[in-house]
Design a protein. Structure first.
Length: 447
């Protein structure tokens, strides 16, 4: 009995030690190979982006907009008020370089002087010509009267003398009538000359007056009261003294309405399909880390663009901030969490748990007691850290975050609901390959 008791006690001790080492080894493997549990709860799909604040509405402060009429396409900024300065209506904001325009203004001034001189010269010439024509008419009228007197006094002269006097009177009378017609034509001709030089003078004078007003607009003034915010250049950087402004969009700065702010951000082309107008957004400020704001997506661009120093295509998204906050300023950097979807009572695991085989089967390494298996899963939506699990796992299942060291490369436990779909896809692929190779059918072999 004593020996038997010893044997029984020794067996129990061996079993206890074996169980202890198995449990310890299991815990040791779990400590070296991190295991996560499948959670069930609220799953949020969020897109995190960085943006920049700007006013929803603003008044533009623009330079002269008519410089294109004078073949001037770009103008440099000489001086500009500091960004963030609060100005009143009519206050000075910036001074533009007028050297290029000044040259054209001087040329127009010389052109005006020439047009004015031409007008005066034409006026003098026409006055002198008409005066000479009037003097000639008077002399011709006197000649007609003189010839008429000679004809009247020759009534008792020989017929030849009378005939000669009649011819002389008739010639003088016709010369006077022709001079009268010529005077009318010359008067109309000189009137047209004066009308032409007068129109030319008016045109040059109007251009000169317009250029004078444009010259004054090189000192840019504030159209309304507000805080001056620099306009962005084509590369996204604020303009400054020395920058060039384009005459197609001659905006120097803006006066934003700080009561309605918008965060302008960009979403990559992979995630933009998830973003819709009306989605809620959680907004944070780099300048105030403790401040939390909310907003709503109000606009999603239909056309992508390529940002500087980036090869990826992005789409502009505008998020309107809820309410009014006096601390908000344009150009502040924002962190945006666009909530594209919220699901309750759904299963989810970390993204690191997911693996793939043949690019068609998605699986996880599942731990069930001492058993390790590869389990196929159906993945739903994903966010930055986690993935929704539609099938293949249950709540509190244990899955590995990485490939376990004891992974033996066994077959994946496939989901029954996907086998039919896989077989159909394989059959479709086989039929496509058979058709492309023109393989003979059994009926054709029989023939």
């Amino acid at each position: 009995m004593t020996r038997r008791n010893y044997l029984i006690g020794g067996g129990i001790l061996v079993l206890l030690l074996g169980g202890y080492w198995m449990v310890r080894g299991d815990k040791g493997s779990e400590s070296s190979e991190i295991i996560s549990t499948v959670k069930k709860g609220t799953f949020r799909v969020e897109i995190e982006t960085t943006g920049e604040l700007e006013a929803k509405n603003s008044v533009k402060i623009s330079g002269p907009q008519t410089l294109r009429n004078f073949q001037i396409w770009q103008v440099a900024i000489q001086n500009i008020v500091d960004e963030g300065t609060v100005v009143k209506k009519g206050d000075w904001v910036a001074t533009l370089d007028r050297s290029q325009f000044q040259q054209k203004f001087n040329e127009k001034q010389i052109e005006l002087e020439k047009a004015n001189s031409k007008y005066v010269q034409t006026q003098l010439d026409t006055t002198l010509q008409l005066r000479q024509a009037r003097d000639e008419l008077i002399n011709l009228r006197y000649t007609v009267e003189e010839k008429k007197i000679i004809l009247d006094q020759s009534q008792f002269e020989p017929p030849a003398t009378i005939k000669q006097n009649e011819i002389n009177w008739d010639k003088a009378r016709r010369g006077f009538e022709q001079a009268q017609e010529n005077y009318k034509i010359k008067k109309n001709q000189n009137a047209e000359k004066m009308r032409e030089v007068s129109a030319e003078l008016r045109k040059v004078q109007a251009d000169f007056n317009n250029m004078t007003s444009v010259l004054e607009s090189f000192n840019v003034l504030a159209p309304e009261s507000g805080m001056v915010i620099y306009e962005k250049d084509w590369d996204g950087k604020p303009i400054k003294a020395g920058s060039q402004i384009n005459m197609w969009e001659p905006t120097v700065a803006t006066l934003p309405d700080l009561t309605r702010m918008v965060s302008k951000t960009y979403v990559n082309e992979v995630d933009v399909r998830k973003v819709k107008s009306g989605q809620r957004v959680e907004v944070g400020l780099d300048a105030y880390p403790d401040k939390r704001l909310t907003g709503v997506v109000v606009q999603v661009a239909n056309v992508g663009e390529q940002r500087p120093n980036s090869d990826a295509k992005v789409f502009e998204v505008r998020v309107e901030i809820d309410g009014t906050d006096p601390t908000l300023r344009p150009s502040m950097t924002t962190s945006n969490k666009i909530i594209t979807s919220v699901k309750d009572a759904t299963l989810f695991i970390p993204l690191e748990c997911l693996h793939s085989q043949f690019d068609t089967i998605t699986f996880v390494y599942k731990r069930d007691g001492l058993k390790l298996s590869r389990q196929e899963v159906i993945v739903g939506e994903t966010n930055a850290n986690e993935a929704e699990i539609l099938a293949g796992l249950a709540e509190n299942d244990r899955v590995y975050l990485s490939v376990p060291e004891t992974e033996g490369g066994g077959d994946v436990n496939l989901l029954p609901q996907l086998n039919g779909k896989r077989r159909k896809e394989e059959g479709d692929t086989t039929r496509q390959v058979t058709a492309s190779l023109r393989l003979p059918t059994p009926q054709s072999k029989a023939h």
